[in-house]
Design a protein around this ligand. Structure first.
Ligand SMILES: [Zn+2]
Length: 142
């Protein structure tokens, strides 16, 4: 298994505490990404959407994961499980210092998540009339 930490940052203007609506561990926040097969390197054509509140049984019958998918090219099955408790909202201070903050950890077996995209359902606290631009997601192995 490999753990990946998803980080995010954005340019905040008069906003602070940017995070998914229900917090970084929002069980209903949807993550959109593609998966790369560790066996043959094939990247899925379609984006997968995964939420923490939805889990499916693992093919071997031992527990569940948030995503179980089969590689279209080689047929190998992989799974991804989200691990909560590692995210922090992006504060104005972090944004001004051009720092990133953690969002979610993914425990990946057989697949590597690639190409995350920002979904809906974010919130921030407004300090006056604020706005947010250049949102960006980064993925690091941890
Ligand atoms: Zn494959």
């Amino acid at each position: 298994m490999v753990f990946y930490m998803l980080y995010f940052t954005a340019e905040l203007e008069n906003l602070t505490n940017l995070q998914p609506r229900g917090g970084c561990d929002d069980p209903n926040y949807t993550y959109y990404f593609k998966v790369k097969c560790e066996n043959c390197g094939e990247i899925s054509q379609k984006e997968t959407c995964v939420t923490m509140s939805e889990s499916v049984p693992l093919p071997n019958g031992r527990g569940t994961a948030n995503l179980v998918q089969k590689c279209k090219l080689c047929g190998r099955e992989g799974s991804i499980q989200m691990i909560s408790g590692h995210g922090q909202p992006l504060t104005l201070e972090l944004s001004q210092r051009e720092l990133i903050t953690g969002l979610m950890v993914f425990d990946c077996r057989g697949f590597e998540p690639v190409g995350f995209s920002f979904g809906d359902g974010w919130k921030a606290e407004s300090m006056i009339a604020g706005w947010c631009s250049s949102c960006c997601l980064l993925l690091n192995k941890c």
